[in-house]
Design a protein around this ligand. Structure first.
Ligand code: USQ
Length: 397
């Protein structure tokens, strides 16, 4: 298949590009390097020493003999995006090209507007380009489990059957996101659903949980193929952050009581899921939603798992409660359905001590690169609250 990966220089985008290329597909990637730019702006960076996109593509050609096409530009630039689509004529588009951080979206008005502009307008430009250039193309869009929030009922996969005043219908599942980033994905969902209903496009939204992990089968083949690994306040996800904190001897930053429960998955399973979605496309006019996670954990369960796993490698890791910078429930009901990808054949990699230890060993190799200043949360969902409390918690013995 001809496959276009939007955001193909990113944490998930680059491994996805290699996976499809290894599978014999004709792969092109689009990226505007915004993640690299946001890191430069914050004087932070990936734990892993990632290469430039050109260098990665060259290394992949040497390792695999396969070429990956590259296009540098932004999805907000509709003319650029339409030119790329007209040139590559993709049969499937995997769309990762968004600002993916909840804290980043909450740090200022400018960052919130940038997040929603990048995400919502980028996706809207994409829908028009698909409609006008490749209306049969299957859009696989990375969404997020955070669109649903934490309702006091089971979370279904995108839609819920409702009975109201004696009548029944299947309608989009109610959304109650907890950040302006997660909300941008709700807007995307509505726009994509609209494009399927009104224009007859086909799309699969992958409402992904929190991803962890470093290595994939392809990235492990050569140092130059390694993907990025973020651990900073903005772009590091919770388990990746805890693993880095354990290796450098920083107390693990459990926000509040750590009762927040989410769906999680290994980066290798992200690739499996995206592959399953692409190779089993939606019908024309269909908007499918898959909940893409393999297991549920609370934050304190993860901290405890990292502590136990680290102990065996000689790390005396402290788990510490930090004032919660977000507005989110610390104790809540959480039970999300995730059967659709399993039904398509997903074979999950389950999280356990051995897996955490393998992450800790990789992190150890790069621990000299950790910028400690980037770890503690500085962004408040309600600015003005809790000022100084995080710093005080940091000083506590
Ligand atoms: N948390 C801590 N300590 C930390 C970091 C996070 O206790 O040092 C807590 C957060 O308060 C939250 C949970 O861990 O309750 C998850 O936080 P996260 O930063 O790992 O994940 P989140 O902000 O939800 O966003 C991440 C990705 C996002 C993706 C989302 C999937 O950055 O792109 O959409 O996971 S989900 O969470 O299912 O919405």
């Amino acid at each position: 298949m001809r496959i276009l990966i939007l955001g193909g220089d990113g944490y998930l985008g680059w491994p996805t590009a290699m996976r499809f290329s290894a599978g014999g597909h004709k792969v092109s990637v689009v990226d505007n390097f915004s993640r690299r730019r946001w890191h430069v702006q914050h004087s932070t960076g990936s734990l892993t020493p990632i290469r430039s996109l050109a260098d990665r593509v060259e290394a992949w050609l040497q390792v695999s003999g396969n070429e990956i096409g590259t296009f540098v530009g932004s999805m907000e630039d509709a003319d650029f995006l339409e030119r790329v689509i007209a040139e590559t004529l993709p049969e499937a588009i995997v769309h990762y090209a968004e600002q993916p951080s909840a804290p980043y979206s909450m740090k200022s008005r400018e960052a919130a507007v940038e997040t929603q502009y990048t995400n919502v307008i980028g996706t809207l430009n994409l829908l028009f380009a698909i409609r006008d250039r490749v209306p049969d193309c299957h859009l696989v869009k990375l969404g997020t489990m955070g669109e649903y929030g934490t309702p006091n009922i089971d979370i279904e996969e995108g839609f819920i059957e409702i009975e109201h005043k004696g009548r029944r219908d299947t309608l989009p599942f109610p959304k109650m996101p907890g950040s302006l980033y997660h909300l941008s994905n709700v807007h995307d969902s509505h726009n994509i659903h609209f494009a399927c209903r009104i224009w007859g496009l086909r799309a699969t939204e992958l409402n992904q949980g929190v991803v962890y992990g470093v290595e994939t089968a392809e990235s492990a083949e050569h140092d130059r193929l390694i993907t990025r690994f973020d651990y900073d306040e903005y772009f590091g996800t919770v388990l990746n952050r805890f693993c880095v904190q354990a290796v450098i001897g920083h107390p693990m930053t459990v926000y509040g009581e750590g009762g927040q429960t989410r769906g999680f998955l290994n980066i290798r399973d992200t690739l499996q899921c995206v592959e399953l979605a692409v190779t089993n496309p939606a019908e024309l006019g269909e908007f499918r939603v898959f909940n893409q996670f393999t297991e549920q954990f609370s934050v304190s369960q993860l901290a405890e798992l990292v502590r136990r796993s680290g102990e065996e490698l000689g790390y005396g890791v402290e788990v510490r409660s930090f004032p919660i910078p977000r507005i989110e429930a610390e104790r809540h009901y959480y039970n999300a359905t995730n059967t659709k990808l399993i039904d398509l054949g997903l074979k999950p990699h389950h999280l356990g001590e051995e897996l955490v230890r393998s992450m800790l060993r990789i992190i150890e190799r790069h621990k000299g690169r950790v910028i400690e200043r980037a770890i503690l949360p500085t962004t408040r969902w309600k600015p003005g609250e809790l000022l100084g409390e995080v710093e005080a918690a940091e000083r506590r013995p």
